[in-house]
Design a protein around this ligand. Structure first.
Ligand SMILES: [Zn+2]
Length: 167
């Protein structure tokens, strides 16, 4: 796990930038969401501001998802750049969230973040509720019919059988 103590880092630097290769088992994406089969490359850039930290997370990788219609597996590209703000947990009286707060993450303990948690969060945000292998996927029923039709046309035994039955 990559744990970053931002307080310590920003005593030495004004901007923090680093590249990581995160193995799938460290991201530990819930199995029902999808499966990550190869390491995800992350370019992390952090700048401090008054309320917390501005974080830019550039990811390169992919996740294997199950199509919600035909149940086939397909790869979804995760390559993207996300910007977000990391701050302390809000006090009770500030708990009214605005749309911009969707891009806000909170620190578990003062100024410490776990990179894998951030990456998992971003992957969860980019996986659709009902993934589709392609926009016009016609689903299981049509897939089965198509397979049967193909078999009838290509398997010579069906032709012989048909001749026997009709002849
Ligand atoms: Zn599909």
């Amino acid at each position: 796990m990559v744990t970053l103590n931002l307080k310590e880092i920003f005593e030495k630097y004004d901007v923090f930038e680093n590249r990581y290769l995160i193995p799938p088992e460290d991201i530990s994406l819930p199995a029902e969401v999808g499966e990550i089969r190869s390491p995800v490359e992350v370019l992390l850039r952090i700048e401090k501001d008054k309320e917390g930290y501005n974080v830019s997370l550039k990811m390169v990788g992919s996740v294997e998802l199950e199509c919600s219609r035909c149940l086939g597996l397909f790869e979804k590209d995760l390559s993207q750049e996300r910007k977000k703000h990391i701050e302390y947990y809000p006090r009770e009286e500030h708990l009214s969230l605005s749309p911009e707060d969707l891009d806000v993450s909170f620190m578990e303990e003062p100024d410490v973040i776990v990179l894998e948690d951030l990456v998992r969060e971003e992957i969860l945000l980019s996986v659709p509720m009902k993934p589709l292998c392609r926009p016009d996927c016609s689903g299981v029923y049509h897939a089965v019919i198509f397979e049967e039709e193909k078999e009838h046309h290509t398997d010579p035994r069906f032709a012989i059988l048909k001749d026997l039955l009709t002849g």
